[in-house]
Design a protein around this ligand. Structure first.
Ligand code: CTP
Length: 466
């Protein structure tokens, strides 16, 4: 009760405001005397993985206000805000549509919780589908990354997986299961797949990527491919030119780049949160049970270069003045690559490892302080900005929904729709080609090669390198 008035609160996204929303607001208002409506903010929607919202927070709040039913319209910005609001506004009743039945029972400790009947036959999802038809996508590949990608696409409203192509020894059934379509067509060839869809996502061995990208672009499909996409700059430039000529999207699927936390970190660094960046240190190592050291393309730099170089290209730029690669091989398999990059006023030391393991955190050193991202930084949802006095540490948490592929899938859809210049500065062609340059050097053997098995601690008899 506030000033003798019974206070009711309700929350929602209210995208493309429709008569179901209005009916809900009227029912909620009828429960008391004063109605507060919480509208989810763009950020809150993004971190909870709701990536399909069409209208901005301002537009959605205005639509609610325009009904004249609400006495107060507020933004819902974070998880846990509902309890804070209930206390702050002296709420008596929390009301929400019956599609949420049981989901808010934990609020009964604070006020009454009422589930109101939902209006049949209308939803924002349906209106969005009418406004923007789905984009037919194909998946090339059937490894665990492709399976995850298929699963995550269900959270991107305009992505519709319509066909799949898998390589020898892979099971298409797993991808079909995740897509939720038992009758999902399994194409007999990449060519056949490309005829059925508008865009393709490619998860293939690094040595197959160039030719798959070329095939898909030639067939007129937009492409998002796991990186590194190219082994040589000449091929990279040629394929980017082909995409441009045909008006197609060609982008790398480096999912970390589109995580809410990575995006925030980028904004904070751009606005000088640690001063001028002087150094970046990061590692990405994996020792998975499926590793086959007989396949050189599963090696450290071949498969992980795009990820491990991401902090440098994003925060320091795509034009290092010097670079060196220090590699450790087991036969032809490169299990460890340390990439040292020099920029005019900064340096970076980045480690990729396959078949070895080290701490996977990241430190970005600046003139005013540093960023600490705990392992695994490539799945970041949390980071700290620290300074001289640890009491000044600022902690940031931005949930990453699911496995995070939904964010890159959303970006792919946005770019296909022609949203190139919209709110996010994306990975540029030159960012991609900066990785290609290093890949080209790596393949040419332009690396410092560590000797094998000769350390005093680690099995060998003699010490050859310290
Ligand atoms: N609501 C309703 N009847 C509908 C649609 C929504 O009563 N046909 C209610 C919801 O139960 C919720 C509020 O309106 O209490 C805001 O719902 P919101 O999720 O924003 O709308 P939806 O149309 O359900 O959106 P979406 O399709 O994105 O889930």
């Amino acid at each position: 009760m506030r000033n003798g008035k019974k206070v009711v609160v309700t929350y929602g996204t209210y995208d493309m405001f429709h008569h179901g929303h209005e009916a809900l607001l009227r029912r909620a208002k009828a429960l008391g005397d004063y109605l507060i409506v919480g509208v989810t903010s763009d950020d809150f929607d993004r971190v909870r993985g709701k990536l399909n919202v069409n209208q901005s927070l301002t537009e959605r709040m205005h639509a609610v206000e325009a009904t004249g039913i609400a006495d107060l319209v507020i933004a819902e910005e974070y998880q846990g805000q509902k309890i804070a609001d209930i206390r702050k506004y002296g709420v008596d009743i929390f009301a929400i549509g019956s599609d949420w039945e049981g989901k808010f029972d934990h609020l009964k400790r604070y006020c009454d919780v009422v589930y109101l009947p939902r209006t049949e036959g209308v939803s924002s999802t349906a209106l969005r589908a009418q406004a923007a038809p789905k984009i037919d996508l194909g998946i090339i590949g059937g490894d665990y990354i492709a399976v995850r990608f298929a699963r995550e696409c269900s959270h991107v409203s305009d992505a519709d997986i319509c066909a799949v192509y898998t390589f020898e020894g892979q099971d298409a059934a797993e991808v079909c299961k995740e897509v939720g379509k038992e009758d999902l067509p399994v194409a007999a060839s990449v060519e056949e797949l490309c005829q059925q869809v508008k865009g393709v996502y490619i998860s293939a061995s690094p040595d197959q990527r160039e030719s798959l990208i070329r095939q898909a672009l030639t067939a007129g499909c937009h492409v998002m491919c796991e990186g590194p996409m190219f082994f040589s700059r000449a091929v990279g430039e040629e394929l980017f030119a082909l995409a441009e000529e045909k008006g197609l999207v060609l982008m790398e699927a480096t999912k970390t780049l589109y995580f809410p936390a990575f995006e925030r970190l980028r904004w904070l660094l751009e606005s000088g949160a640690v001063g001028e960046i002087k150094d970046i240190r990061a590692s990405f190592t994996q020792n998975p049970s499926w590793l086959n050291k007989g396949d050189i393309y599963q090696g450290s730099f071949y498969d992980l270069a795009s990820y491990v170089l991401l902090p440098a290209t994003t925060f320091l730029g795509n034009e290092p003045t010097d670079a060196r690669l220090i590699c450790s091989y087991e036969g032809d398999f490169c299990s460890w690559t340390k990439c040292e990059l020099l920029y005019p006023s900064a340096s970076a030391s980045l480690i990729a490892g396959r078949g070895m393991k080290t701490e996977g955190d990241m430190v970005i050193t600046g003139t005013l302080g540093y960023v600490y991202v705990p392992a695994p930084w490539w799945k970041m949802d949390y980071f700290e900005i620290r300074g001289e006095d640890l009491r000044d540490t600022k902690k940031y948490y931005f949930e990453c929904a699911g496995e995070g592929h939904r964010y890159e899938a959303f970006e792919f859809m946005r770019r296909i729709r022609g949203g190139e210049d919209a709110y996010l500065p994306m990975q540029s062609k030159e960012d991609v080609l900066a990785v290609t340059d290093l890949m080209e050097r790596f393949i040419a053997g332009d690396v410092i090669r560590l000797q094998q098995g000769a350390y005093h601690f680690g099995g060998g008899e003699t010490v050859t390198d310290r």
